[in-house]
Design a binder for this molecule. Structure first.
Ligand code: MTE
Length: 322
């Protein structure tokens, strides 16, 4: 849990003590191991959207679980958020990530920010937390596979970090890279994927106030399966843009290569903005299923963040720039 937790504006009655959080993790480890049925893989080019789990909520997570996003949708249970994960460095099996990630060391964590900047920096996660005062942000996460969740992240805007490193005028894009640690991440031994996982944003997208570097979740630390030490969260784009376990942030001139657009360029474009009018080549994107709910709901343009981000794409053909 971040030291400056009190700045998050969460009532002390809502805070999960670290002990409870850790024992809950142990519980989840056991629950994950017991779950026999495998779900299908995430963005795998050859697979269809996966089967979905039902919601459960532990008493310890009830306080945050009652919160809603700004549209009134309830936050998903801690159990759902930490046991239904896409994280190919561990496995393609959503329910299998949590048990495999249980031994992954998220501390100490270092992030390097470099490239076309005037002040290249190396930060520890603790430095970042002290400097940029993470706060709670409840965002919808819409996976390209047409399921979604509402997640209470704890993080700070990427723009704060970028202002500090001071991008040069030639810097037009930001490239992000996930840690490579095959001894702890068995999926990285799967040569079908061009590791490390990489993602990118245009610099104005990166500077948008919604773009978050998450250092925590559900009022506590960021669980390994959700991208701890630190991950990116870009709520108006499909979930795969929100790269986990970030260790490198590079400012560059040209549009960066991303892992999914390398594997299947016709299915996963650089922009990947949530758009109900542009279908995935193999399924519709017009509706989605909120994890824990039975019926489907309409997918919103830019995942409901149109007011904040539509201006970034004025004049662009969103079908061509999928
Ligand atoms: N980041 C890395 N490094 N590896 C991954 O496999 N999966 C992505 C994204 N970030 C992924 C990743 C996908 S497809 C989704 S939908 C989200 O993480 C899922 O985040 P969650 O497991 O925290 O819900």
């Amino acid at each position: 849990m971040p030291e400056n937790y009190h700045s998050l504006g969460i009532k002390s009655s809502e805070i999960t003590p670290k002990q409870a959080y850790l024992s809950r993790r142990d519980f989840m480890k056991a629950a994950g191991l017991a779950a026999g049925a495998l779900t299908l893989a995430a963005c795998a080019p050859s697979l269809m959207p996966a089967a979905l789990p039902t919601a459960t909520s532990s008493p310890a997570s009830a306080a945050i679980g009652q919160k809603t996003d700004e549209l009134g949708s309830k936050v998903n249970s801690f159990n759902d958020i930490t046991n239904y994960n896409n994280y190919y460095e561990f496995t393609e099996d959503k329910a299998g990530v949590a048990p495999l990630a249980a031994g992954f060391k998220t501390s100490p964590w270092e992030v390097e920010v470099y490239g076309l900047v005037n002040n290249p920096m190396k930060y520890s996660l603790d430095d970042l937390i002290k400097k940029f005062q993470p706060a709670e942000r409840i965002y919808r996460l819409r996976c390209v596979e047409a399921w979604s969740m509402v997640i209470p992240w704890v993080g700070f805007p990427l723009s704060k970090l970028l202002k500090e490193v001071d991008p040069k005028a030639e810097a037009k894009y930001v490239r992000f890279e996930t840690i490579t640690r095959p001894s702890e991440m068995p999926g990285e031994k799967n040569n079908l994927y061009p590791w490390p996982y990489q993602e990118g944003l245009r610099i104005d997208e990166a500077m948008n106030d919604l773009t978050l570097l998450a250092t925590g979740m559900y009022g506590g630390e960021l669980p390994a399966q959700n991208g701890g030490g630190m991950r990116l969260v870009v709520p108006w784009k499909y979930g795969f843009k929100s790269i986990k376990a970030v260790i490198k942030i590079e400012l560059v001139t040209t549009q960066p290569t991303t892992m999914w657009s390398t594997i299947a360029p016709n299915e996963y474009g650089f922009y990947s903005n949530v758009n109900p009018q542009v279908d995935h080549p193999r399924w519709s994107q017009s509706t989605e299923r909120r994890i824990g709910e039975l019926s489907r709901q309409p997918t919103l343009m830019f995942n409901g963040y149109e007011k904040q981000v539509a201006a970034l794409y004025t004049g662009m053909d969103l079908k061509a720039n999928y």
